[in-house]
Design a protein around this ligand. Structure first.
Ligand code: ATP
Length: 212
C-alpha cells in the first residue's frame, strides 16, 4: 500500500515523524511519503517559503529510509489540493494498488470543505488518526463519512484500492507546529520537540522569529 501524509510541516516536528513511523509499522509498508503542501487552501499561509519547509523535511528524515518526501505539490502551480494529488498518484500506481491518505482529526473535521472532497474516497482510503485534544463532532459530515465507510482493521485497507475510512488510535505526541512557532517568537526553546538538525537550520536561517 502507498501511504501519503500531507501537511504544511511548518515546521516538521516529532509529532509528525512519530506518526509516520507508527503508520509504517502498523501497515508493514516499506515507507510513508510526506507530502508538503504548497499553498494550503484550508489554512493561513505559512510564514516560511516552500523551499525552506522542504529543507527542514529533508533534514528531519535524513538517514531514515522508512520516510520519504513527495514534493509534487510544491512544484505544481497554485493551491495544493489532495484530490489532485491523489488523482495523479492513482494514475501512477494503477487502478488496483491500495492507496491511503493520512489525516489527523483536526484536519479531517473540515473534510467536507476540501476541494472535491466527495471524489476522494473513490481515489484512496482515508486513515484518520486521533489527534490529542481534537475530537470529531459526531454530527459532522466528516464523522458521518467515517462511519459509513468504516474499516474495522488496518488489514482491510490492503485488500482494496480505495474507499475505506479507518479511525486509528495511535500513541501520539502532543506537539504542534504552531506551539513551536510561538515558542520561537517568544524567545523560548523548542528543543526536543523537533529534530536537532531541524532546530539548527531554523536558528541558522532565523526562521519563525518575525511572526506567526
Ligand atoms: P499547526 O500547529 O500549525 O496547525 P500542525 O502541527 O498541526 O501545525 P500540520 O502540518 O498542519 O502540523 O499537520 C499535518 C498533519 O499532521 C495533519 O493531518 C495533522 O493532524 C497531523 N499532525 C500534526 N501534529 C501532529 C501530532 N503531534 N501527532 C499526530 N499528528 C499530527
Amino acid at each position: 500500500m502507498h501511504i501519503i501524509f500531507g501537511g504544511t510541516f511548518d515546521p516538521i516536528h516529532h509529532g509528525h515523524l512519530r506518526l509516520a513511523v507508527e503508520l509504517r509499522e502498523r501497515f508493514g509498508v516499506a515507507s510513508v511519503a510526506l507530502v508538503p503542501a504548497h499553498i494550503p487552501p484550508h489554512r493561513d499561509q505559512p510564514g516560511t517559503t516552500s523551499a525552506e519547509r522542504l529543507r527542514l523535511l529533508e533534514l528531519a528524515i535524513e538517514g531514515e529510509p522508512g520516510l520519504v518526501i513527495d514534493d509534487r505539490e510544491l512544484s505544481r502551480e497554485g493551491a495544493s489540493y489532495s484530490a489532485d494529488t491523489l488523482r495523479q498518484l492513482r494514475q501512477e500506481l494503477g487502478a488496483q494498488a491500495p492507496l491511503a491518505m493520512v489525516v489527523g482529526t483536526d484536519a479531517f473535521a473540515a473534510f467536507d470543505q476540501w476541494y472535491e472532497w466527495q471524489a476522494i474516497p473513490s481515489l484512496a482510503h482515508i486513515i484518520v488518526v486521533n489527534r490529542p485534544g481534537s475530537q470529531l463532532d459526531p454530527s459532522s459530515q466528516a464523522a458521518r463519512l467515517l462511519a459509513s465507510r468504516a474499516a474495522e482493521a488496518p488489514s482491510q485497507l490492503l485488500s482494496r484500492p480505495a474507499g475505506l475510512c479507518l479511525a486509528l488510535d495511535l500513541p501520539l505526541l502532543a506537539i504542534s507546529a504552531s506551539g513551536i512557532r510561538e515558542r520561537i517568537q517568544a524567545g523560548r526553546s523548542p528543543r526536543y520537540l523537533l529534530p536537532d538538525a531541524v532546530w539548527r537550520e531554523i536558528r541558522g536561517k532565523e526562521l519563525y522569529v518575525g511572526g506567526p
